[in-house]
Ligand binder design. Structure first.
Ligand SMILES: [Zn+2]
Length: 427
């Protein structure tokens, strides 16, 4: 795609249309209440949450993309001055409220930008998204996949959120006399909190701004800001530390639960024996420390992404809103892009998805698909025998997902996003 047309999750000058996948801070860096560089496209739910996050934003700039429907946007080519049509499809990313992926197509070809996403194999909701994507890809071949590569490493294996939510409930239930604090972000993990509230028949404390968000999301009865009403509190992740828990335990017995695909690292700060907890940036940095070294690992279950008790007051539960390695692999097998690029591009644990999955990309697939001339019209592939092969392989891939579709789905402080341009993907 020509430069100067669209940007996704990137807010600098120079594009004609801007797309927001979701409202997490690492995707909105540079976006402010006074930002006015152009129309901003997002999902309906993101638009609903937007004014709370960016008060006084000029709302006339917001353009709502309903999920599952193609929208056509008319732009002007900066180089020729001629009209360029970009078609865009928003698909549920199953990440946090309002999060979507964007599938773009036009004369430039077809691009898929996942934003942050969770590609769960068994979730009913994810099946709807998979169906929409599968149908859209029937006549579009993805030239570049911009992929959420947060956990793009085989060491990241964790269960579905449903399973992880049960692990959290088990921990809480096995500490009947403890206060519980759970670290969450300003958006996301609502399903986990709802599951806890239902399973244990309890309200959950949240901080005042979070309560407003919960009300915007339509949850009125479950959450409260009154500490006397519940022993379960969801607190901002940044305020969640072993020091905090140690302080709380001088008042009342309290345990902390951190739901995340990332493990914890406990290390003594320089010149201090006291423990402090922080997120690892890479699982492979994890080190085992002896009984006197501070780290305690108490595996409560041993298969995928087990619960770990890193400290007497602290549990880590692998409840993740990002895809694990196996899910990323399944997704790439379905999409079969010609090329791809990770959207998380500046981090100590950045992994170029081509390193592990380049073999699944069109560049490396059999010649039957790629020796042909790429004939495209308005971004739609002219169906050929080779594209039928692609569809067959996608169906096969969906079969592995166990879906009915074949018959009928911190760390990340660095900025994400892309100005979409044809030279934006590594060769
Ligand atoms: Zn996110």
């Amino acid at each position: 795609m020509e430069k100067g047309l669209i940007s996704v999750d990137r807010w600098t000058k120079g594009s004609q249309a801007y797309f927001l996948t979701h409202l997490h801070a690492d995707h909105t860096q540079g976006l402010t209440s006074t930002w006015a560089e152009g129309p901003l496209f997002c999902s309906r739910l993101t638009a609903k949450l937007f004014p709370f996050r960016f008060p006084n934003f000029r709302l006339s700039l917001l353009r709502i993309l309903d999920l599952g429907s193609w929208h056509s946007i008319s732009l002007i080519s900066p180089s020729t001055g001629s009209r360029v049509t970009v078609e865009v499809l928003a698909i549920d990313a199953h990440h946090c409220p309002g999060a979507v992926m964007f599938l773009f197509r036009g004369e430039f070809g077809c691009l898929l930008y996942t934003g942050d996403f969770r590609w769960e194999i068994c979730s009913e909701r994810a099946k709807v998204g998979r169906e929409i994507l599968f149908n859209a890809l029937k006549d579009s071949e993805v030239d570049i996949l911009y992929l959420d590569n947060t956990y793009c490493n085989p060491s990241f294996a964790f269960p579905s959120r449903e399973v992880a939510a049960k692990q959290v409930v088990d921990i809480i239930a096995s500490h009947p006399d403890h206060d519980i604090i759970i670290g969450i972000d300003s958006l996301g993990k609502e399903d986990l909190l709802l599951h806890i509230a239902q399973a244990l028949d309890t309200k959950i404390w949240v901080w005042p701004e979070r309560l407003q968000t919960m009300h915007l999301l339509g949850f009125y009865d479950i959450f409260t800001t009154q500490t006397s009403l519940t022993r379960v509190r969801a607190v901002p992740r940044y305020s969640f530390s072993i020091e905090t828990l140690e302080g709380l335990n001088t008042i009342r017995p309290t345990i902390g639960i951190m739901p995340s695909g990332l493990p914890w690292l406990i290390k003594p700060p320089k010149g201090d024996d006291k423990l402090s907890g922080s997120f690892l940036t890479c699982r492979y940095n994890r080190s085992k420390m002896g009984p006197n070294g501070g780290m305690q690992t108490d595996k409560l279950s041993g298969i995928l992404g087990s619960v770990e008790r890193f400290h007497k007051y602290m549990y880590s539960v692998p409840y993740s809103d990002h895809s694990c390695y196996a899910e990323i692999e399944q997704f790439i097998k379905l999409v079969q892009p010609t090329n791809m690029k990770g959207i998380l591009s500046s981090s100590s644990c950045y992994v170029d998805p081509l390193y592990y999955f380049g073999r699944l990309c069109g560049l490396n697939l059999s010649s039957s698909r790629f020796d042909r001339t790429h004939q495209k019209k308005g971004g739609k592939r002219i169906v050929s025998s080779s594209s039928t092969e692609v569809t067959k392989r996608r169906k096969k891939s969906l079969g592995h997902l166990g879906g009915r579709l074949s018959r009928v789905h911190s760390l990340r402080r660095s900025q994400r996003g892309a100005k979409i341009a044809e030279n934006d993907c590594p060769d």
